[in-house]
Design a protein around this ligand. Structure first.
Ligand SMILES: Cn1ncc2cc([C@H](O)c3cccc(CNC(=O)c4cc(-c5ccc(F)cc5)cc(O)c4O)c3)ccc21
Ligand SMILES: [Mg+2]
Length: 214
């Protein structure tokens, strides 16, 4: 049967990247998406903004919602201090399988804990399952209509502390209007928009960075 786009992306990584070299894995995926098949990775332009925010925060606890093929997982994990791990959540087993292989090809498997399931189920279990009190950094890149309910879940579950940073992809395209309205009008967040473009296109998109004020 015909391969899937994530499987073809994995093949491109195995063919064009150097094992254990995260930068070459990132470049191989971007090359594949620019020259072969578009895919919904955060991409190089927004990825550079992600890099700068992760570097600035230098987080000890990290959560990513929406692993997909692991592109942003690799981008984040390669910047983490030794001993720091990130938890990444994926509900689609086929995506999770490809991501596991791409993360391993980059040599970052020891910095990543992959969890399969949906955010609504996982978020309330995090403290117990992973002995985490609060997150320093959260990257939202899953279903756009889950951004708002999930940030409220983070608050209810006491997973945010004064200074926790949330970075949301696609706030313009496909868009997360209710989420934007919430973080930009809530007195509990300091929000800032980083304009960019939809990965591998000229379409307007951007990232929203929101700092929890406690
Ligand atoms: C609940 N829960 N918990 C964990 C979890 C994980 C997932 C999956 O990882 C998953 C599957 C399908 C879609 C997404 C969201 N991503 C997108 O929809 C997206 C679209 C586009 C775009 C833009 C323009 C187009 F024309 C087409 C697609 C560009 C982007 O960067 C995206 O991130 C995420 C889903 C729900 C989950
Ligand atoms: Mg995205």
């Amino acid at each position: 049967t015909r391969s899937t786009r994530p499987q073809r992306m994995l093949k491109a990584v195995q063919k064009n990247a150097t094992k254990g070299n995260p930068e070459s894995v990132i470049s191989a995926i971007d090359y594949f998406c620019k020259n072969s098949e578009w895919a919904m990775n955060v991409g190089d332009e927004k990825g550079s903004i992600l890099d700068s925010v992760v570097t600035e925060v230098n987080p000890s606890t990290v959560l990513e919602l929406g692993t997909y093929c692991g592109y942003s997982t690799v981008r984040i994990a390669r910047l983490l201090s030794p001993g720091t791990k990130l938890i990444t959540l994926e509900f689609n087993p086929a995506y999770a399988t490809v991501a596991r292989q791409i993360i391993a090809y980059a040599g970052l498997q020891d910095k990543v804990t992959q969890v399969e399931g949906s955010s609504a189920d996982l978020i309330p279990q995090i403290k117990e399952r992973f002995s985490i009190t609060t997150f320093d950094f959260i990257f939202l890149d899953h279903w756009k209509d889950r951004y708002l309910p999930d940030i409220k879940l983070f608050e209810e579950c006491g997973l945010l502390r004064k200074g926790s940073v949330l970075l949301a992809d696609n706030v313009i395209c496909p868009g997360a209007p209710e989420y934007l309205e919430y973080v930009r009008n809530s007195p509990r967040y300091e929000s800032r928009y980083y304009p960019a473009h939809l990965e591998y296109t000229k379409v307007e998109d951007g990232l929203e960075k929101s700092v929890f004020l406690g």
